[in-house]
Design a protein around this ligand. Structure first.
Ligand SMILES: CC(C)(COP(=O)(O)OP(=O)(O)OC[C@H]1O[C@@H](n2cnc3c(N)ncnc32)[C@H](O)[C@@H]1OP(=O)(O)O)[C@@H](O)C(=O)NCCC(=O)NCCS
Length: 155
């Protein structure tokens, strides 16, 4: 499994991957208006690189040419902020492999609880990996109502 650490050269690709992922994979469960406000939350390459440099665990799923096909992070308190895969890598096990690796790293770091605000599509993946739903979160982004799911897993 080609999971490697994030490198600053990935920032541009990952910022673009975020938007492609939301537009193409998110559209199954969210309206066009919701997709656009979500895509608008995409960090710039500079912002993403700064976030990735703050001490969190940063995982990239890379293809045969080392190109990023997905990425995930793990903050020191067990929060997963990012889990995004490229449309061409959807349903290939890439996202599951990223989650498994994040869990291994969390165990090594002594983290006892993983938690996430999961999109509708990600919810199924997290359920499969043993997370439980705490609550549905309804909120607005730029005036557009949208929802996700607070989920957690005790390690
Ligand atoms: C969320 C994301 C990373 C998931 O990756 P994916 O490859 O599309 O995942 P899938 O939807 O194929 O589901 C993965 C697995 O969960 C399983 N699953 C889906 N719904 C399920 C459910 N309700 N219960 C149990 N398992 C379920 C699928 O069967 C699949 O299993 P498999 O890999 O053995 O076939 C990806 O869709 C993505 O990047 N989406 C856009 C951005 C996003 O939503 N990010 C998450 C922010 S929290």
């Amino acid at each position: 499994v080609a999971i490697r650490d994030y490198r600053p050269e990935d920032a541009q690709d990952l910022a673009a991957l975020y938007v492609r992922s939301v537009r193409e994979l998110g559209a199954r469960d969210y309206s066009p208006e919701q997709i656009e406000v979500w895509a608008g939350l995409a960090p710039s390459a500079e912002r993403l690189d700064a976030l990735m440099a703050d001490g969190r665990i940063r995982l990239v799923f890379a293809g045969s040419r080392n190109e990023p096909l997905g990425f995930a992070d793990l903050e020191p308190d067990g929060h997963i902020h990012f889990l995004y895969c490229a449309p061409e890598a959807a349903s290939t096990g890439a996202a599951g492999a990223l989650l498994d690796e994040a869990e291994r790293r969390a165990c090594s770091a002594g983290v006892s609880r993983l938690y996430v605000e999961a999109s509708e599509r990600a919810k199924g993946l997290f359920l499969k990996h043993g997370y439980t739903v705490q609550e549905r979160r309804d909120f607005e982004v730029n005036g557009v109502p949208i929802h996700n799911w607070a989920m957690e897993k005790r390690l």
